[in-house]
Design a protein around this ligand. Structure first.
Ligand code: BGC
Length: 363
């Protein structure tokens, strides 16, 4: 019911500035081919965000648009991002692409955008509790989690040097990022049955998303939680592996367990993002896995959506079921993530010259 009401609402919301009128199906009637496009990105908690800003600037220019790319600063991040989005609306952006710092706190700004006929694309992270998000473009987050869960099991088998049961701990991302729970739930779909049948033992007993959270996706928060877990649970019991939701946190976890004397060649930790330092770590036999979410593809897909909107066409989507933001199901275009270990790294990075070079140098 909520979704139907929300759609009806967006159908009549395109008033505001003359040219951005809204058709009966909710699609914009198009806008100038050299329009300003706002890109509001979060703080730079991983390399993918840095890359995205550069690719948007170049790609939008190449397509004839005027890019306005802004990052939320590391302090006062939520309020600053809110201000940046408001300013983009005031300055006449026709589409605003948002990688949200806190996906639940943009309701006011997105209402302002809707009133002005501005289309909103949620990029990588879903924006929640507002009808005023038009599209979502991301890698399939639930699949990322499933791949991470399976990689943890594979790594434990290959590296631990013993049969089950295996002692593990679980980490999830920042609670203000809608992705964090989706990654975790995807992983737990694979891991929960193995916890239930005794194959895996979470020695600390901390198995829910709140207990495992890493505020702000910050490495120091993961490292200090891991340090505490080691002291409290692994003084005399070895740890075999950790579910880590991304590369930054994986490297912090490695630092912690190494510091506590763990034999890293027998330890398994997962990751995500294919960050340079993590690809090196994988090739050196430390981090076990990462995920390749090629930012080039994600940005290109988003720019395709913007081009469709510019022409007054309906952008292509391939999922209209999974991403309910609490008010409506947001039509999404989901790309396919790829699991990477030492074994398939050369193949996985065939189109990423910088990463391929690291792989080749280590082989
Ligand atoms: C992204 C991840 C990233 C994390 C921290 C998430 O929303 O999907 O790729 O590792 O944010 O920056």
């Amino acid at each position: 019911m909520a979704a139907v009401t929300a759609l009806a609402l967006t159908g009549c919301s395109g008033t505001g500035r003359g040219e951005a009128t809204t058709g009966t199906d909710g699609a914009a009637a198009g806008f100038a081919a050299d329009a300003t496009i706002g890109i509001a990105l979060p703080d730079k908690t991983s390399e993918n965000w840095v890359l995205a800003g550069d690719l948007f600037t170049q790609g939008l220019k190449d397509a004839g648009f005027k890019p306005d790319v802004q990052y939320a600063p590391a302090t006062n991040t939520v309020a600053e991002q809110q201000n940046q989005i408001s300013a983009m609306v005031t300055n006449g952006a026709k589409v605003i692409v948002i990688g949200a710092k806190d996906g639940k706190q943009l309701g006011t700004q997105l209402q302002q955008a809707a009133d002005a006929g501005v289309k909103i694309i949620a990029y990588d992270r879903l924006i929640e509790n507002t009808p005023n998000v038009d599209f979502y473009v991301a890698f399939d987050n639930f699949k990322v989690g499933e791949l991470q869960g399976q990689a943890l099991l594979d790594g434990l088998e290959q590296r631990s040097g013993h049969a089950a049961p295996w002692n593990i701990e679980l980490f999830s991302g920042s609670p203000d990022d809608a992705n964090a729970a989706v990654f975790f739930n995807g992983a737990m779909k694979v891991l929960q049955p193995k916890i239930d049948d005794g194959t895996l033992k979470v020695v600390s007993g901390q198995t829910d998303v709140a207990q495992t959270a890493t505020q702000g996706w910050k490495a120091e928060n993961a490292q200090s939680r891991m340090d505490s877990l080691m002291v409290a649970n692994y003084a005399s019991t070895p740890i075999d592996g950790v579910l880590s939701p991304n590369d930054t946190l994986a490297r912090a976890i490695i630092t912690s367990v190494k510091g506590a004397g763990t034999d890293i060649t027998k330890f398994t930790v997962t990751g995500q993002d294919s960050e340079v330092e993590s690809v090196k770590s994988i090739m050196a036999g430390e981090q076990f896995s990462t995920i390749n979410k090629d930012t080039t593809l994600l940005v290109a897909q988003t720019i395709d959506m913007i081009k469709a909107l510019q022409k007054g066409e309906e952008p292509e989507v391939n999922d209209t079921e999974q991403y309910n933001n609490g008010v409506k199901v947001v039509p999404a275009y989901l790309l396919k993530p790829v699991i990477v270990t030492k074994e398939n790294a050369a193949e996985a990075y065939a189109n990423s010259p910088k990463l391929l070079e690291i792989v080749k140098a280590a082989q």
